[in-house]
Design a protein around this ligand. Structure first.
Ligand code: FUL
Length: 606
């Protein structure tokens, strides 16, 4: 794509102009993207990588640290994760929708932006769009006169919260989906409405999901045209995931990488060259190493493409009443925080409004606990002089005096990423009982790195940068004592009929004799170890029998929606309980092959 080259030239100019007025020695920076010259040596590549910097929007985005996702839509009312587009819009009928309640609660919990699923894969639009009847305008809510996007936008304006939109490219309702030019225009029209009628939009989130399968409709997206629409209408917005400003971390579990390079070899998926570059480098968005010297050696270009960790506070992305007792524990949320914000990423935490149109009490309470804990843990910085800028070459150390001898168990390090990401490895020692003791080591720092370790009583800290690219610019070193947290969430039970009495009567399709006649209310598919595998079940039929001969298919959604990205247990509640002694799950993979499901991945609720 030509635009990155255009952008680089312009951006480079901006970078040198910005420095002209300063007394600083003029430095070369590359904004957002850099091409390595042919035959570049490792030393040259490392030098250029160290000078790659974010755009002003990317920098501002990174500084937000905490952003919130709101998955809300027709699925909220059908109890599904992915709707199929055939849902009756009349089902959308929140009884007490209050966008101010959402924003207030999020603001008080430290979130700086909210992103709403203006349209999910089911195609149902939360604003009264001109492009389709499949929207709030056809719902009972406010007699079809409501506009969720507007209500949220107004609440954001009132509470000084940034605002973003999620618009699913995959649309299971639009009749023109698959007729590529027509759908692309339809999508641009939707995007245009959202980016024109609701004031400033700070993030546009396009996900890459598509569950159409080999025989489904094939849509070729015009990413270039989508990109131009955003650039024209909201030039300050960052474009995420299927976009080139913000990168998907690679999982939906809230797990960042310990080594996280914002200066990465991973090309954004919207570039036409992306697949071939990824193939040549042997990487994907899920690879553990996206920026080390090893991968730089093979790469021809580098992107400032920082990671965003998206995860839901509940098992599902949408609200399901039966998950009210599965809101992630404070300990789990703090682990996610350390592994996202503390691993050089932005955390995008999903809090799905319920059928009333409110953030449920259980989530509100957890958000409050999350905020309180962070305030307590990070209120008292024990380092006295940590903000003195430190330009450090490999092997340089600096000592920091603590406010007296104190218990310490977290150290915070920050690089001034406006001057690039440069730290490759560091270690931290603490002065304990008059001697230096190692408390931990790490690799990348980037915008922020939080290092946790067992508490020590220390009077000083010594930070050593073991390896850097050029000289690193450390702008903040802090230390804290964060009270340890215990896990309060017990494991979710998704099977209440002991498996000892079960017998597998056929492996394919998986057929099970439950050992006795039961009244079956629900069944669960729980991929082993919560891991996504290509052989896992996606589409299925579920049948029951009382004698193992006569089977009847039970009406269910027939799809373990989003299981490949979020492989948590999926419980399917039957429309009405059925008598069964035998159950059969006939399942296909996302590639429409026979899926492999084993008996320990199945649970029943009787
Ligand atoms: C995925 C979607 O398929 C999920 O439903 C959810 O919206 C998540 C954030 O992105 O790809």
């Amino acid at each position: 794509m030509k635009r990155t080259n255009r952008l680089t030239a312009a951006a480079l100019l901006v970078a040198s102009l910005a420095l002209q007025g300063c007394s600083q020695r003029s430095e070369t920076y590359y904004v957002k993207h850099v091409d390595f010259p042919q035959g570049a040596t490792m030393e040259q590549k490392v030098d250029m990588a160290a000078r790659l910097v974010p755009t002003p929007q990317q920098l501002e985005w990174q500084q937000m640290e905490l952003t919130a996702f709101l998955h809300f839509g027709i699925n909220t009312f059908t109890n599904r994760e992915w709707g199929d587009g055939s849902e009756d819009p009349a089902l959308f009928n929140p009884t007490e929708l209050d966008a101010e309640q959402w924003v207030r609660s999020l603001k008080e919990s430290g979130f700086r932006m909210v992103i709403l699923t203006a349209k999910h894969h089911d195609g149902f639009c939360l604003w009264p769009t001109q492009t389709t009847k499949h929207s709030v305008a056809s719902s009972k809510w406010k007699d079809g006169k409501g506009d969720v996007v507007k209500e949220l936008r107004d609440a954001c304006a009132k509470y000084d919260m940034k605002f973003g939109v999620y618009l699913s490219p995959w649309d299971r309702n639009a009749e023109c989906y698959g007729d590529s030019p027509r759908y692309n225009q339809f999508f641009i029209n939707q995007l245009t409405e959202l980016l024109t009628n609701y004031g400033e939009v700070h993030e546009v989130w396009f996900d890459g999901a598509c569950g159409e399968g080999p025989n489904g409709k094939k849509q070729v997206y015009d990413w270039d045209a989508f990109y131009r629409t955003i650039q024209t209408l909201q030039p300050k917005a960052v474009m995420a995931i299927m976009g080139d400003d913000v990168r998907w971390v690679g999982n939906e579990k809230g797990l960042g990488r310990e080594t996280e390079w914002s200066a990465t070899v991973l090309p954004p998926g919207i570039y036409t060259r992306s697949d071939s570059v990824k193939n040549t480098l042997g990487i994907s968005s899920k690879s553990s190493d996206l920026g080390s010297r090893e991968v730089l050696a093979k790469a021809n270009e580098l992107f400032w493409y920082p990671s965003e960790v998206d995860v839901s506070i509940r098992p599902g992305w949408f609200y399901h009443a039966d998950q009210d007792n599965q809101v992630k524990s404070l300990k789990h949320l703090m682990d996610i925080y350390y592994q996202s914000v503390g691993y050089n990423s932005v955390l995008l935490l999903n809090i799905p409004p319920d059928r009333r149109g409110l953030i449920h009490e259980a989530d509100v309470q957890r958000l409050e606990e999350f905020a309180d804990y962070r305030h307590r843990a990070f209120a008292d910085n024990l380092v006295t002089d940590g903000q003195t800028p430190w330009m450090a070459a490999s092997a340089e150390s600096r000592e920091y005096v603590l406010k007296g001898t104190q218990p310490v168990n977290v150290v915070l390090l920050q690089e001034d990423i406006a001057k690039g990401q440069r730290v490759e490895a560091f270690k931290v020692e603490a002065m304990v009982d008059g001697g230096w003791q190692s408390v931990g080591e790490g690799t990348t720092v980037g915008y922020k790195r939080l290092l946790r370790f067992p508490a020590v009583n220390a009077s000083r800290l010594r930070v050593t940068l073991l390896s850097t690219r050029l000289k690193a610019n450390i702008c903040n070193v802090a230390a804290y004592y964060a009270a340890p947290l215990a896990e309060t969430q017990s494991e979710v039970q998704w099977n209440n009929l002991p498996r000892e009495s079960w017998k597998v009567t056929a492996a394919q399709p998986l057929s099970i004799d439950l050992g006795k006649l039961v009244t079956l209310k629900a069944f669960t598919y729980a991929p082993r170890n919560g891991e996504a595998k290509p052989t896992m079940a996606f589409r299925y039929t579920f049948s029951v029998s009382t004698d193992g001969k006569q089977w009847s298919e039970v009406s269910t959604p027939g799809e373990f929606s989003n299981i490949m990205h979020n492989p948590v247990p999926q419980t399917v509640t039957l429309e009405k309980p059925v008598k069964a002694r035998y159950i059969k799950l006939d399942a296909r993979t996302t590639n429409d092959q026979t899926a492999t499901v084993s008996v320990d991945e199945i649970g029943v609720t009787i």
